[in-house]
Design a binder for this molecule. Structure first.
Ligand code: GDP
Length: 392
């Protein structure tokens, strides 16, 4: 599936940067173009792979390149004001070659949180392709303002995109871990998962023939209908001689015997169970899934159709959804068989309930605080004898 990626704010920019790095490292080819949008000049400078001409600073007249702090309302306003110019950032990208757009942002901060929903709305107004969102939820220990911002951004973003894919920092951050290296490792894991899905159907090279290759319409149909999507993933390393042997065999026209069918099936079905029952990008009860897609990636000889079918059947029981799609993504030089599951339309998500509850409490607290501080200020300034006159 060919994508245009827009990274908004610091987290959004870094994740899109990571997508480009991963695409280069793995010789994949599903990114049509990338754009980074930010109100903070320093964050744009910190990017390594997004080309300079695709990095856009906005809101300069008001914040002068220093960012919006955690003020997502300000970011929303600045984006609305600069919307047309921001969308022009996609002008030199061959947008007709893309199957979809993906707008990526941290929902707990300021710029990404406030700007991403506006960007998504503008893209939707102009382009016919689906607009997807990828939102990062803050960790619970990041403080109330992050939770509050994320809850409001989530509520706005989900209405502006055709589907919202979520990643929960809280579920992935390990206690005591250094934040910068934790982000690096979380971004790598997120990008790896999504790349298996999005690269499906974009394989070039005659040796890369799968048995039932996923095409972009299957991804689009899985994400159709909106709502929230979470992603599961598992991989198993192949015996040493496997990948090199099979890719050579692929080049020679598959003359050597295939791996044992029972083993190939079992590797896929085991990985599919681990993908669904292991840690999801956003923890959720998968029995509330509406539609799912399972993509099995690895050297072509290991991509057993039977394994994929059995995994899809198992997922149908596990999710109680009748709409499970499955297919493969041949990666001749890979040393792994990997399974990525896209679980779309999930509704039973305790973390989102918790986030909304905490945000409502923060809202209530802010209202009380404003009233109390107004009263306190009045008491402080009040002159009981009424003798002092103001200067003007
Ligand atoms: P903005 O630049 O104002 O949009 O703010 P950020 O993008 O820094 O958003 C802050 C939120 O994003 C917080 O909840 C952070 O935990 C999270 N965040 C920042 N950088 C990263 C990152 O590289 N990876 C992940 N997963 N989360 C990040």
């Amino acid at each position: 599936m060919r994508l245009i990626l827009l990274g908004v704010g610091q987290a959004g920019g870094k994740i899109v940067d990571r997508f480009l790095q991963y695409e280069q490292q793995t010789n994949q080819d599903f990114i049509v173009g990338t754009v980074a949008l930010n109100t903070a000049r320093a964050d744009l400078r910190g990017l390594e792979h997004i080309p300079d001409r695709r990095r856009h600073l906005f809101g300069q007249t008001e914040v002068n390149g220093h960012g919006v702090g955690a003020d997502n309302e300000l970011a929303t306003r600045l984006t609305v004001e600069d919307a047309q110019e921001l969308i022009r950032a996609t002008d030199d990208i061959p947008t007709s070659k893309a199957d979809a757009f993906l707008v990526v942002a941290g929902l707990g901060g300021g710029t990404g949180s406030g700007a991403a929903p506006v960007i998504a709305r503008e893209l939707d107004r102009i382009y016919a392709q689906p607009i997807y969102g990828l939102g990062i939820l803050p960790g619970t220990d990041e403080g109330s303002i992050y939770t509050y911002n994320a809850a409001r951004s989530f509520q706005t973003f989900i209405d502006e995109v055709d589907n919202l894919l979520l990643f929960d920092n809280d579920a992935w951050m390990q206690s005591g871990e250094d934040v910068t290296s934790a982000y690096d490792s979380m971004n790598e894991k997120l990008v790896r998962r999504l790349s298996v899905i999005f690269n499906a159907g974009e394989v070039s090279g005659s040796d890369a023939v799968g048995e039932s290759v996923v095409d972009s319409s299957e991804i689009i149909n899985t994400l159709k209908g909106g709502g929230v999507t979470t992603i599961g993933f598992a991989s198993s390393e192949l015996p040493d001689d496997s990948s090199s042997g099979f890719s050579i065999r692929g080049l020679l026209g598959s003359s050597t015997p295939k791996p044992d069918e029972v083993e190939a099936v079992s590797r896929i079905t085991t990985a599919a169970r681990r993908a669904a029952r292991g840690r999801l990008t956003l923890p959720a009860d998968l029995s509330s899934t509406e539609r799912a897609l399972v993509v099995v990636s690895g050297p072509p000889a290991w991509l057993s159709r039977k394994g994929i079918e059995q995994s899809s059947q198992w997922l149908e029981e596990e999710t109680t959804s009748m709409e499970i799609r499955g297919g493969d993504d041949p990666q001749p030089s890979s040393k792994y068989v990997s399974v990525a599951g896209l679980f779309s339309g999930v509704t039973d998500i305790p973390r989102l309930k918790q986030l909304q509850q905490q945000a409502m409490e923060t809202d209530e607290w802010q209202e009380n605080r404003d009233e109390v501080s107004e009263e306190n200020l009045e008491t402080l300034v009040e002159d009981p004898t009424d003798r002092l006159d103001s200067l003007f």
